[in-house]
Design a protein around this ligand. Structure first.
Ligand code: AMP
Length: 192
């Protein structure tokens, strides 16, 4: 059974469509027998996703720091709930436990997790699929910033091969299934 690490919002104050899509993703993950690896939270899109996976017979692995557990933020119905001390430890564990990575809409926490995984992919420390689910254009501005990063040569255009952008749950799995490693530009690494 493969594992998909999902980064997503902890907020409970979002428009209903965000939780609905997470629920849809949960159903599809369970159907395709992908284990969910995530931050172990019960709130926001995280909670909606975890409940979606569990409700359809799927498997949920949460990795949660002790200080969040102390505030009872954890999803207690997880099949496996791994306690860690720090946010860094949590990211490392989520990264090693997963075969692919997906970002749904989120705030700073989600962005931080996504940027770290993209940086690892850029440096070729990580060679696993990374997908951004751009629900309703939520990530349009970030993707525009990525274009500017390339246009102004902060990074090489090969970074575009390090992630896929999906608009639907089906597209997420199509991108993961069709994934092939795109090497970075070795010359760029040497001369920059
Ligand atoms: P944010 O996008 O700022 O809401 O942060 C969500 C991301 O950061 C998740 O993918 C989690 O790994 C982590 N995180 C932030 N807040 C929480 C929380 N209350 N419970 C569990 N994880 C959280």
């Amino acid at each position: 059974m493969k594992s998909l690490c999902v980064y997503c919002a902890s907020s409970d104050r979002l428009a209903a469509r965000y939780y609905a899509l997470a629920g849809e993703l949960g159903v599809e993950m369970a159907r395709r027998r992908w284990t969910l690896v995530y931050g172990g939270g019960k709130t926001g899109i995280m909670g909606a996703l975890a409940r979606g996976v569990k409700a359809h017979g799927g498997r949920v692995v949460g990795v949660i720091p002790e200080f969040m557990k102390a505030r009872e933020l954890e999803f207690t119905e997880a099949d496996e709930l791994i306690s860690v001390l720090t946010m860094r430890e949590r990211k490392m564990l989520m990264e090693t436990r997963a075969d692919a990575f997906l970002a749904l809409p989120g705030g700073w926490g989600t962005l931080e997790e996504l940027m770290e995984i993209l940086t690892l992919a850029h440096l070729e420390v990580l060679r696993k699929p990374v997908v951004i689910l751009n629900q309703d254009g939520y990530y349009d501005d970030l993707l525009r910033l990525f274009d500017r990063i390339v246009d102004e040569r902060f990074m090489h255009a090969t970074i575009r091969g390090k992630f896929g952008v999906a608009r639907s749950v089906d597209e997420v799995f199509a991108l993961i299934d069709g994934w092939s490693h795109q090497p970075g530009d070795a010359k760029w690494f040497q001369t920059r």
